[in-house]
Design a protein around this ligand. Structure first.
Ligand code: G3P
Ligand code: CA
Length: 263
């Protein structure tokens, strides 16, 4: 019956710690990733930027300003310079209700450090950000995936850039890819778009705001995974699960875990 099916659906939902457990701790710090793990996130989400000296770091913005005490473009600073920055105090100021003294002074991690810390059998959900700004980013990502023998069965690579995903697919067709999409109004997807995305990707990651049940059914029935971002309330999580999404990004993996447990 419907109830059994609904509870089965809840169990398999992929819980992605968006920028780590970034509702609880400063995004893209090792501590936020560890909290994601403790809060039952299945995947650690890592956004990538590249330093002046070609190192991949975990950061959402092209600029240092929002999440560190530095200013300016990541691509204009070396790793050593970025390592001196404080990537945690901004969070304490912005979110006093979640502030903790140990967040002050946290560093920006290199992708390499994330792999070293969490190992080859952790599930990573890595986004190539601004690939047009960082030529060679896909190649460098794959170099590190291979260097650290990351389990490709557990790896997902995502991007808003179809070009970046197609580059990844050409370089290594064994890496599973997710096409990110951003809707500004009611989400609609054509059979042609689904067919095109299916050539290189195993799933779609749209913003959740404008989704509807028909969209979810269409994508999931086509055989693609559907992982909306960024879902931070239990009510919305429940609705999306009832519609049939296969996972989601959340800043509060603890809440999605509760929903999956039927709480
Ligand atoms: O990667 C899914 C979601 O994170 C996309 O939006 O801006 O948070 O990277 P953004
Ligand atoms: Ca992202």
């Amino acid at each position: 019956g419907g109830t059994a099916l609904a509870s089965e659906k809840h169990k398999d939902i992929v819980n992605v710690s968006h920028r780590g457990a970034s509702g609880h701790a400063p995004e893209h710090t090792i501590l936020a990733y560890e909290m994601g793990e403790k809060m039952h996130g299945d995947y650690i989400e890592v956004d990538l930027q590249m330093t002046k000296d070609g190192k991949l770091i975990a950061m959402h913005d092209e600029k240092l300003d929002r999440t560190t005490n530095g200013t300016g473009l990541v691509k204009e600073f070396t790793l050593d310079e970025i390592k001196k920055l404080d990537a945690g105090s901004w969070f304490n100021e912005q979110y006093p209700q979640y502030a903790k003294p140990e967040y002050a002074g946290l560093q920006v991690p290199m992708l390499e450090e994330v792999f070293q810390k969490f190992g080859k059998n952790r599930s990573y959900y890595i986004e190539t950000k601004s690939p047009e700004v960082y030529p060679g980013m896909e190649k460098e990502l794959l170099r590190l995936v291979d260097k650290y023998s990351i389990n490709k069965e557990k790896l997902l690579v995502q991007s808003f850039s179809s070009l970046s995903l197609k580059t990844m697919h050409q370089l290594d067709p064994s890496v599973k890819l997710v096409q990110l999409l951003s809707y500004k109004g009611d989400a609609v997807i054509s059979d042609g778009e689904i067919k095109e995305i299916s050539k290189y990707a195993i799933g779609i990651g749209p913003n959740h705001t404008y989704l509807n049940e028909a969209y979810v059914h269409k994508v999931v029935n086509s055989g693609l995974e559907l992982h909306p971002y960024t879902v931070n309330t239990k009510d919305r999580m429940k609705t999306l699960i009832d519609w049939g999404v296969t996972g989601m990004f959340t800043n509060f993996p603890n809440l999605l875990h509760e929903v999956k447990k039927g709480k």
